[in-house]
Design a protein around this ligand. Structure first.
Ligand code: NA7
Length: 554
């Protein structure tokens, strides 16, 4: 690898000039770095945080846990790694996943090419040099032939638009930017605003710690018991025995995760059998419940049966019928907002030190120095927890001032919603790759599976360009238009667009309502991307560009 270091050219004034710059040192950035190094290219990762881990670096809130099983939510690219690493629970908690990211960084000696505490502010395509000019903090600069954005889909924390938020006298924590030092809630009156996955995970733990907890809920969420517990030796051994084959199988599925996939319609069986099936899956725990039948995402009638089953369970778990009614989702199909997995979430509302405020009946008017004022009055708190989510999928990309060919700004190009060829490269932005970008399966999948697929596709592309003496690859507008139309069309064959979800951009005022991820399935998407590459990058133009990259054609 020392040879690679030597290849770093200093041609751009005070900054370094690299073949590849990767933004972000989460799971996507770490693996991308590993693969780019193997190509013998000069590379640097710029990371806004002070260490590796991405989403698992920032989301340290109490109860933070993955909703994909740990045996599946992990890299598959290295057999020794997947055999050596031991997960302690069925669903890993944030500290363990962060430890895993650190282990990977150390095991593959990745840190030496990562610049931490470095947030990319702007990236402008320089046609004359066929490369990207980057603005770093403190006026520093860098240049990169290729720019790979591994910035994550859920990394731009979303603050709620509530008047007076800055006036609260006590500490305010957002789940997505949680402090590194542990927060002590003992003896404190705590408010949580938001009941998505983060709130649903944090609330039971906060209820244990705080002297009193008040939950402010705008929209109730469907949540299933995770069924988490210690990893058993038998379960682990079963996976590790044929890991390679199981990983291969996972890549062919719709979500990149192996579940017990029901092959019948929910409407093809009678109510009793349906209920038995749901109950069995509920008892085992996890998102497997959502795969009981093959049409829950497609048919409202089928979906209603699963939604009703969950509502019945909520009514059984929550003793106070008033609270149970508030906690029961009714106005969108189950699964069309990301399904939540919990550990004793609904049961937490049986505690007499936990209150629930229904913001639909009693909306927040303001945050005050003392606490939260809703229409019915003010409650005083010692700390506020905002579990209000993210500007998903596009937020982190648009936080960078990105300007492509002919001065086109990404923010303008995406003003009516993201347009991104294959979810990988926006037309007009040559040599810019978006790992798990909008228009790819990303958040609808086991994201590590999608990350690996994108990283490998991009590495294959960089290798191809190098070997064939091309320095520039650009998406064709027609191909992008066709892909965006396809993404849209497939989404509208499902029930997903019926919910005001962050998949649709609905949680950010003014954000266009467009279904952003690709719902055609990880397996089909992988095949399509592979075919595009096999056809010499059909739908992309390959250009020789200016300057040296790779092995110029004779
Ligand atoms: P989510 O799923 O976007 O949840 C955010 C929650 O915060 C949701 O209940 C929102 O209610 C609520 N919210 C947002 N703004 C407000 C305001 N202004 N007032 C009251 N309530 C508000 O984010 P998470 O962090 O929980 O999860 C994101 C993903 O991360 C998750 O799916 C996993 O994949 C990991 P709303 O539904 O908008 O009415």
């Amino acid at each position: 690898m020392e040879g690679d270091k030597a290849a770093v050219r200093r041609v751009d004034g005070p900054g370094e000039s690299l073949d590849v710059v990767i933004v972000g040192a989460g799971f996507a950035g770490l693996y991308m770095l590993h693969r780019v190094r193997a190509l013998g290219l000069s590379v640097r990762v710029y990371e806004a945080g002070s260490d590796v881990g991405g989403t698992w670096y920032w989301n340290r809130y109490p109860g933070a846990r993955c909703d994909v099983e740990s045996m599946q939510y992990s890299y598959s690219f290295d057999e020794a790694l997947q055999q050596d690493w031991r997960w302690s629970e069925r669903f890993a908690g944030q500290p363990e996943i962060l430890a895993y990211a650190n282990h990977v960084a150390d095991r593959f000696d990745l840190r030496r090419d990562i610049a931490f505490d470095t947030r990319i502010e702007a990236a402008h395509w320089d046609e004359a040099a066929s490369s990207w000019r980057l603005s770093l903090p403190a006026g520093r600069r860098a240049a990169a032939r290729f720019l790979v954005l591994a910035t994550g889909c859920l990394s731009a924390a979303k603050m709620p638009e509530i008047p007076g938020l800055g006036s609260f006298a006590g500490p305010v924590y957002h789940t997505g930017t949680w402090p590194r030092d542990p927060v002590d809630f003992a003896g404190k009156r705590v408010a949580v605003i938001g009941t998505g996955s983060s709130g649903i995970q944090a609330i039971p733990v906060l209820a244990e710690e705080a002297s009193h907890l008040t939950v402010y809920q705008r929209t109730p969420n469907y949540s299933l018991p995770a069924g988490n517990g210690p990893m058993t030796a038998e379960y682990e051994a079963g996976w590790k025995r044929d890991y390679v084959e199981r990983r291969r199988l996972a890549r062919t599925t719709k979500s990149g995760t192996i579940y017990e996939f029901g092959t019948r319609s929910a409407l093809a069986v009678d109510a009793e059998e349906r209920s038995r099936e749901y109950a069995a899956r509920w008892a085992k725990g996890g998102a497997n419940f959502m795969h009981a039948f093959n049409d829950l995402a497609l048919s409202q009638e089928a979906n209603d049966t699963a939604a009703e089953f969950v509502r019945e369970r909520i009514a059984g778990l929550v003793e106070d019928p008033r609270k149970a009614a508030i906690l029961s989702p009714r106005d969108y199909p189950i699964g069309t907002k990301r399904i939540c997995l919990d550990t004793r979430y609904f049961e937490t509302f049986n505690r007499d030190d936990v209150d629930l405020v229904d913001l639909r009946a009693d909306p927040i008017e303001a945050i005050t120095p003392r606490g939260v004022r809703t229409r019915s009055g003010e409650r005083a708190f010692d700390a506020l927890v905002l579990a209000t989510g993210f500007d998903a999928m596009t937020g982190a990309l648009l936080a960078i001032d990105l300007t492509g060919r002919d001065g086109e700004r990404l923010a303008d190009k995406w003003a009516a919603g993201p347009r991104n060829h294959l979810g990988l490269m926006p037309a007009g932005f040559p040599n810019l790759f978006t790992i798990t970008g909008p228009g790819s399966p990303s958040v609808l999948s086991n994201v590590i599976v999608s990350i690996e697929q994108h990283v490998e596709w991009i590495a294959g592309c960089l290798g191809y360009l190098k070997d064939h003496g091309y320095a520039v690859i650009a998406s064709e507008r027609d191909a992008e238009d066709a892909w965006v139309a396809h993404v849209n069309e497939v989404a509208h064959r499902t029930l997903y667009p019926r919910a005001a979800s962050w998949y649709m951009g609905a949680n950010v005022p003014g954000k266009p309502r467009v279904f952003m991820p690709y719902i055609g399935g990880v397996g089909a998407y992988r095949e399509h991307c592979a075919t595009v590459a096999a056809k010499g990058y059909e739908g992309f133009t390959l250009e020789h560009g200016i300057g040296r990259y790779g092995n110029p054609t004779p």
